[in-house]
Design a protein around this ligand. Structure first.
Ligand SMILES: Nc1ncnc2c1ncn2[C@@H]1O[C@H](COP(=O)(O)OP(=O)(O)OP(=O)(O)O)[C@@H](O)[C@H]1O
Length: 256
C-alpha cells in the first residue's frame, strides 16, 4: 500500500497566456506537515485549487491517495479550511456544535437528520481543538481564532487523513496565532493527520512544519525542515524576490 497522499508531477498552469505555475512536482506523504510558502501572486492558492480538484491544470498529473484525481471519490479523506471561514457576524444563527456537525452533511446528504453518534463525533472533534466547552455558544460570539478552531473541528469530523489550509490565521490576533499553529502541530503528531498549509507567517510555521515547499511559480526548494534551515538569507531572498531576514525568538512578524 502506498503512503503517498498527494503526488503532483510537472504541473504547469496558465491563466490566458500568463504562467501561474511552472513544472511543479511535489509529494506529500502520510503524517507529514507541509508549509507552502511564497510571496504574493506566487501560485500558492492556484496549486491548492488544483489539488482540491477545483481547477484543472494546463499540464501535469495529480494523484490523490495513490490514484488519479479524476477517479478520486473519497472527499471525506480531505478536510479543507479556507482563510475566509472566520467571517461570522454575531448575528449568525448557529451554535458551535451545529457548525461542526454540518461537516458531516456531505457524508449524510443534505436532508438527513443527525443522530447521537454524529453528535458525539462533533463533540470529539471539538475536544481535539480544545473548544468542547464552547459547544452551545453562538459561533458569531467567538473570536476569529476560536472560530477558526471550530472550522478545523468541522473539517476533522469526517476523520480526514489530510487537512489543507489556505492562510488559516488571517484575521487572528498575533498572540493567538502561535497557539493556533501549536494546535495544528499537535494534530499532526498525535493523530497522524497530514497537513498542507499555505501561509505568510514563515517564521512561526517553518519551526513547526516537518517539510517546507518554497513556491514562486516554480518550486525553489522542497524538503525537510532541517535542510530549509540551512538556506542562507541570501538564498531565501533570491527566490522570494525581496530581502528576507530570518527572525529569531520573539520577533515573529510575518514576512509579506
Ligand atoms: N482566476 C484567475 N484568472 C487570471 N489570473 C489569475 C486567476 N487566479 C490567479 N491568477 C493569477 O495567478 C497568479 C498566482 O495567483 P495565486 O492566487 O495562486 O497566488 P498566491 O500565491 O496564492 O497569492 P497570495 O499570497 O497573494 O494569495 C497571480 O498572478 C494571479 O494574478
Amino acid at each position: 500500500m502506498t503512503n503517498s497522499i498527494i503526488n503532483l508531477e510537472h504541473i504547469t498552469h496558465k491563466f490566458n497566456h500568463s504562467i501561474a505555475l511552472s513544472d511543479v512536482s511535489l509529494e506529500v506523504k502520510q503524517g507529514e506537515f507541509w508549509a507552502l510558502i511564497g510571496p504574493n501572486g506566487s501560485g500558492k492558492s492556484t496549486l491548492l485549487k488544483i489539488i482540491l480538484g477545483l481547477l484543472k491544470p494546463s499540464q501535469g498529473t495529480i494523484e490523490l491517495f495513490g490514484g488519479p484525481i479524476d477517479s478520486f471519490n473519497q472527499q471525506q479523506r480531505i478536510g479543507y479550511v479556507s482563510q475566509k471561514s472566520n467571517a461570522f457576524t454575531t448575528k449568525f444563527p448557529a451554535t458551535v456544535l451545529e457548525v461542526v456537525k454540518s461537516g458531516l452533511t456531505s457524508k449524510k446528504g443534505l436532508f438527513k437528520r443527525f443522530n447521537k453518534e454524529d453528535e458525539q463525533r462533533a463533540i470529539d472533534a471539538l475536544h481535539v481543538v480544545k473548544m468542547a466547552d464552547r459547544k452551545d455558544e453562538s459561533i458569531g460570539d467567538l473570536s476569529g481564532g476560536q472560530q477558526q478552531r471550530v472550522f478545523i473541528a468541522r473539517a476533522l469530523v469526517s476523520h480526514p487523513d489530510l487537512l489543507i489550509m489556505d492562510e488559516p490565521t488571517v484575521g487572528i490576533d498575533r498572540q493567538n496565532v502561535e497557539s493556533f499553529y501549536s494546535m495544528l502541530s499537535e494534530l499532526n503528531r498525535e493523530y497522524g493527520i497530514a497537513i498542507l498549509l499555505v501561509t505568510h507567517e514563515i517564521d512561526v510555521v517553518t519551526k513547526l512544519a516537518t517539510h517546507i515547499a518554497c513556491l514562486n511559480r516554480s518550486i525553489h526548494f522542497h524538503g525537510v525542515h532541517a535542510d530549509y534551515e540551512k538556506m542562507s538569507e541570501t538564498e531565501l531572498s533570491g527566490w522570494y524576490g525581496h530581502p528576507i531576514r530570518r527572525l529569531h525568538q520573539k520577533e515573529t512578524e510575518p514576512v509579506r
